[in-house]
Design a protein. Structure first.
Length: 146
């Protein structure tokens, strides 16, 4: 189960149970209204999917939605933005391989630490090498990668 922190929406404000407790604050999310203290079931499934992605591999927001069989890329992105701070958020990415805007430095540190395949663009910007880094959700596929 994931517990919310008092972080503003869009700031990856979640922590896994068993971590430092935080004061729960009411959170307004556009048309979502006030959210309960308990993580919504869909959000829990998205975060569990993110945790299954092996180090050094990634899935796109759309890949996660397809793997779960529900929602879409925007719903997965919303969950990761609101609750993904305690999950390996850097492993759930945009389809173009660009690091998450505003978190590029932290994402790149994680990619380098996990030996996630990267490439340089013509402008010298680092991007994920999606052809090599993308994981299809098959747990047996990566035994030799790790």
């Amino acid at each position: 189960m994931v517990a919310r922190t008092g972080v503003r929406p869009g700031r990856q404000g979640a922590s896994r149970s068993g971590t430092r407790p935080s004061a729960a604050l009411p959170l307004q999310c556009g048309t979502m209204g006030r959210m309960s203290e308990e993580l919504p079931a869909y959000a829990e499934r998205v975060l569990e999917a993110a945790e299954r992605i092996p180090p050094g591999r990634v899935m796109t927001y759309g890949d996660v939605a397809e793997w779960l069989g529900e929602g879409g890329p925007r719903q997965v992105g919303r969950v990761m933005a609101l609750y993904g701070a305690a999950a390996p958020w850097w492993r759930v990415v945009r389809a173009d391989g660009r690091p998450l805007p505003g978190s590029e430095r932290r994402a790149l540190e994680n990619y380098r630490a996990e030996a996630t395949p990267l490439r340089l663009t013509g402008d010298g910007e680092p991007r994920l090498d999606m052809r090599r880094a993308r994981w299809d959700g098959d747990a047996g596929q990566d035994e030799g990668h790790m």
